[in-house]
Design a protein around this ligand. Structure first.
Ligand SMILES: Nc1ncnc2c1ncn2[C@@H]1O[C@H](COP(=O)(O)OP(=O)(O)OP(=O)(O)O)[C@@H](O)[C@H]1O
Ligand SMILES: [Mg+2]
Length: 141
């Protein structure tokens, strides 16, 4: 558990994770609109050494950031409502990544994501305008 006081602190946490990430990791991010999920992904990309510009893959559903130590697959389930839609969108292949997968709105996909072997499950709570509580649990690392 940690408290972030501004976007840079959230990015810095993601950066640490990016530096320690291993191939096959899946990171699930939960938290309301504006919680800071994408800020964490920006840090992840930086920690992996990718110079790519991070933005939510709202229409494409998946962005791939290359140029770093490992590829980073960035999924956002915001626009998907059912497991059928997630599967139909072909997203299951990203659960066993040749690189690292990070999923925004991961709580929309609980059964599949929580049964994974290498998972960091992250919850970001908005406490105030700039304050966030970030809780995470690792499974199978
Ligand atoms: N401590 C903090 N950590 C992260 N973001 C913060 C923090 N304090 C303020 N913010 C602001 O909150 C917003 C977080 O936006 P971000 O796009 O990362 O959220 P999100 O969880 O990805 O939302 P969405 O569900 O819309 O994708 C940014 O505008 C950021 O500047
Ligand atoms: Mg986002």
């Amino acid at each position: 558990m940690c408290i972030s006081h501004n976007p840079s602190e959230t990015q810095a946490l993601g950066e640490v994770w990016g530096r320690e990430a291993q191939s096959g990791w899946v990171i699930g991010l939960c938290g309301q609109l504006g919680a800071g999920k994408t800020q964490l992904v920006m840090g992840l990309a930086r920690g992996l050494g990718s110079p790519a510009r991070v933005h939510s893959p709202t229409f494409a559903l998946v962005n791939v950031y290359t140029g770093g130590r490992l590829a980073l697959f960035h999924l956002d389930l915001y626009r998907l409502d059912t497991l059928e839609q997630i599967v139909a969108a072909g997203l299951e292949e990203y659960l066993w990544p040749a690189g690292v997968t990070v999923v925004e709105w991961a709580d929309k996909w609980p059964d599949v994501v929580q049964s994974l072997k290498c998972l960091r499950w992250v919850q970001i709570e908005t406490l105030g305008e700039n304050e966030r509580r970030i809780i995470y649990d690792d499974f199978g690392h």
